[in-house]
Design a protein around this ligand. Structure first.
Ligand SMILES: *[C@@H]1O[C@H](CO)[C@@H](O)[C@H](O)[C@H]1NC(C)=O
Ligand SMILES: *[C@@H]1O[C@H](CO)[C@@H](O)[C@H](O)[C@H]1NC(C)=O
Ligand SMILES: *[C@@H]1O[C@H](CO)[C@@H](O)[C@H](O)[C@H]1NC(C)=O
Ligand SMILES: *[C@@H]1O[C@H](CO)[C@@H](O)[C@H](O)[C@H]1NC(C)=O
Ligand SMILES: *[C@@H]1O[C@H](CO)[C@@H](O)[C@H](O)[C@H]1NC(C)=O
Ligand SMILES: *[C@@H]1O[C@H](CO)[C@@H](O)[C@H](O)[C@H]1NC(C)=O
Ligand SMILES: *[C@@H]1O[C@H](CO)[C@@H](O)[C@H](O)[C@H]1NC(C)=O
Ligand SMILES: *[C@@H]1O[C@H](CO)[C@@H](O)[C@H](O)[C@H]1NC(C)=O
Ligand SMILES: *[C@@H]1O[C@H](CO)[C@@H](O)[C@H](O)[C@H]1NC(C)=O
Length: 385
């Protein structure tokens, strides 16, 4: 897609620090949650400075390569000269890491046995979003290679695959965490409590699989995946879920089977300017929940938990062109505690018609695929299949 050379306005990132206004689903978020464990965060930034700087520089370079590929500018030199490089619509450097990226609930819509694939769009309408995440080991600062990243989100009008009927125009209900106003938030304050296991084990109600996938990190600890920007639903700020697994394999049918529990569960958020641009476009603007009743990050009940230890839970956004339809890249770094066992409180399995999906090429890593991409993936990532 060609974009003009027009220099677009700088999208300044909004660091939301204001105390929460009243909202049915939120407690007042104290200013202290951003300050909590600041020393620890600075400690990690200092200790892993070399790795982090290297990863960020490489990711930024790749983002500009992607911008360049879609523009009429013919070289990086001219890209620099055009001024686009410094003034393109890109949120400021919001990529920060905490001591460890805090744990946050998987919520009620996680299912097991997701399809192994890099592109989870499945024809869903919305602003194209490329997910670009670096995973580093919080103890060693080394890249977290060949880990499996389970990803899921609602669609542009706020509904989750497998839960369409119960998330229509609402998003369903969900458990609250401890009240951030009265709790000192640490990296593990948002961990799922086995006491709410029933709540998080929501029976699926349909066989849709859109905007769900699992895909491994590469040798650099980097994950790239393709989706559309999530919409909003009642009671939650817009977000994107992940679970991080060290060990697992691809079943014959092309879905993932974990060998052990996840090492991290978390959610990413988005800055207010990006959200405001997206919500004006179709089909986001057809959401049954009016925008004025959506939840901002500072009013979200889980945002403070994901931001504990000073972690900046908002993805840095790069516009791939001057129009939203050209797509966005959302990037962030996750510092993983590879020793941690993150609870899995769902027993629900992704269910769909495997024969039909095979026919439609929707199971790229199924072993019955003649091209044998599963073996390629296994060879590439050195995983047992
Ligand atoms: C473009 O600018 C960046 C940042 O200033 C610089 O690192 C890079 O070398 C420049 N590239 C070219 C081809 O001039
Ligand atoms: C992902 O799949 C959608 C169709 O579902 C397609 O339109 C899009 O181009 C794909 N993205 C990439 C990066 O391949
Ligand atoms: C989102 O998913 C629901 C449930 O499948 C579907 O009815 C709705 O049309 C989807 N939204 C868009 C914009 O396609
Ligand atoms: C999902 O697919 C399975 C297998 O094809 C089928 O048995 C089941 O009834 C389907 N469930 C729904 C809700 O359609
Ligand atoms: C995971 O479990 C499968 C099935 O038991 C096994 O074949 C495979 O070797 C295991 N992978 C790892 C990395 O432990
Ligand atoms: C949101 O706006 C609609 C009109 O577009 C209005 O009916 C509704 O009362 C507003 N909701 C709130 C919470 O202000
Ligand atoms: C990592 O998790 C282990 C096991 O729960 C825990 O003992 C350790 O303190 C954690 N380390 C960090 C840096 O959070
Ligand atoms: C795919 O295979 C796994 C392992 O045999 C199984 O648990 C899962 O239910 C299957 N998925 C579907 C959609 O049939
Ligand atoms: C699954 O899909 C195949 C191929 O499209 C179809 O022939 C079969 O009837 C479907 N099975 C079910 C249970 O819907």
């Amino acid at each position: 897609m060609k974009s003009s050379l027009a220099v677009s306005a700088l999208l300044t990132a909004v660091l939301v620090l204001s105390p929460a206004v009243s909202h049915a689903h939120s407690g007042p978020a104290p200013l202290s949650w951003k300050r909590d464990n600041l020393a620890a965060r600075e400690g990690l930034e200092h200790r892993c400075a070399g790795t982090l700087a290297h990863r960020r520089a490489r990711r930024a370079e790749e983002a500009w390569d992607a911008v360049l590929a879609r523009s009429e500018i013919d070289s990086k030199e001219n890209l620099n000269l055009s001024g686009l490089r410094v003034s393109a619509r890109r949120s400021s450097n919001k990529d920060s890491t905490a001591l460890v990226t805090p744990e946050v609930t998987q919520g009620p819509y996680h299912v097991l046995g997701e399809i192994v694939r890099q592109n989870m769009t499945e024809g869903q309408a919305g602003v194209p979003l490329e997910i670009s995440i670096d995973f580093i080991d919080v103890t060693t600062c080394e890249p977290v290679k060949n880990y499996w990243i389970d990803m899921w989100q609602c669609n542009s009008t706020g509904q989750y695959a497998h839960y369409g009927a119960i998330t229509v125009g609402g998003g369903g209900d969900f458990p609250s965490g401890p009240d951030p106003a009265t709790t000192t938030l640490g990296p593990y304050s948002g961990v799922d409590d086995p006491a709410v296991a029933d709540f998080l084990n929501t029976p699926t109600v349909d066989n849709d699989t859109f905007l769900r996938a699992i895909y491994p990190t590469d040798e650099r600890g980097h994950l790239r995946a393709y989706t559309v920007f999530p919409g909003w639903y009642s009671g939650r700020a817009q977000h994107f879920h992940i679970k991080v697994y060290a060990e697992g394999y691809i079943a014959e049918n092309g879905t993932f089977v974990a060998n052990s529990s996840a090492t991290h569960t978390g959610q990413f958020f988005f800055d207010a300017d990006t959200l405001d641009a997206v919500r004006r476009t179709n089909p986001y603007n057809t959401n049954l929940i009016p925008w004025n009743e959506s939840v901002a990050n500072e009013n979200d009940q889980w945002y403070p938990y994901q931001s504990a230890t000073g972690y900046d839970a908002e993805m840095a956004i790069t516009w791939l062109g001057h129009r939203l339809e050209d797509g966005l890249i959302g990037s962030i770094t996750v510092a993983v505690n590879t020793s941690f066992a993150s609870p899995e409180l769902s027993t629900q399995y992704s269910d769909f018609n495997v024969t039909k999906y095979l026919e439609e090429g929707m199971l790229p890593f199924a072993s019955s695929d003649a091209a044998g991409p599963m073996d390629t993936l296994a060879a590439t990532f050195g995983r047992a299949t």
